[in-house]
Design a protein around this ligand. Structure first.
Ligand code: B16
Ligand code: MG
Length: 219
């Protein structure tokens, strides 16, 4: 059986932590007089914590000192973690466990490739930390998606060339990163948004074991 590297994004692919980011960013933004909607939150998916705050300040036309900037980042993350710390394995998105089990049975290497600095904490909360051969997160990368760095480090960690890797991503920037890395990009979400992905599925319930088998077998 061929070996392929299966790389999973975290937020929006394995769990839906976007809602917790939304609650925490909304509290922060409104606390400094900037309105913040769910539509605004969409633009922060896959974007690093620092860049997210820069964007919120740009949208609100607000300038703050670097001390205040850092204090706000800490407060946001504390809020976010208060939600994360209550997560259970029931929050793993539908059919993710079935896909991980199938790929394990097929002896396929698996990695996590996320922008989040909290990725290990979240995986631990939902009992999935030991399912990945390699975890690359916001603590390992210096360049944000669409830069392919996160996925290239994951491929290296799996000891596979990028062309043998397959990426599951919910963000446009992540799909771009996978394409630039020369990996197969699989969008999880809306096909009208994730236009650049090679394949798009609304969620993992639509991804059959037969399809996974074809990915493993293709040259
Ligand atoms: P943290 P992903 C991303 O996760 C989120 O989509 C994005 O909203 C968040 O700002 C980013 O992680 C950083 O997260 O504040 O926990 O370091 O989709 O790359 O798994
Ligand atoms: Mg994501």
């Amino acid at each position: 059986m061929a070996r392929k590297g299966f790389i999973f994004d975290l937020d929006g692919v394995i769990v839906d932590t976007a809602k917790y980011h939304y609650f925490a960013w909304k509290k922060l933004a409104e606390g400094i007089g900037i309105s913040f909607t769910e539509a605004d939150n969409e633009h922060l998916k896959g974007v690093s914590r620092i860049r997210s705050l820069e964007l919120i300040l740009e949208w609100g036309n607000k300038e703050i000192s670097s001390e205040e900037f850092n204090a706000l980042l800490t407060a946001k993350n504390d809020d976010y973690l208060s939600f994360v710390n209550k997560m259970t394995k029931d929050e793993v998105l539908p059919d993710v466990p079935r896909v991980l089990d199938y790929l394990s049975d097929m002896k396929q290497p698996m990695a996590l490739g996320s922008a989040s600095k909290n990725a290990r904490t979240i995986l631990d909360r939902v009992n999935l930390l030991n399912r990945f051969d390699c975890v690359v997160d916001g603590t390992n990368v210096s360049k944000a998606k669409p830069d392919p760095e996160v996925f290239l480090i994951a491929a290296e960690g799996l000891h596979l060339p990028p062309e043998s890797c397959i990426v599951f991503e919910d963000s446009l920037a992540g799909i771009e990163a996978a394409n630039i890395a020369n990996m197969i990009s699989i969008g999880i979400g809306d096909a009208n948004i994730l236009k650049e992905a090679q394949f798009v599925f609304s969620d993992f319930t639509k991804i059959s074991n037969e399809f996974l088998h074809q990915l493993i077998s293709r040259i």
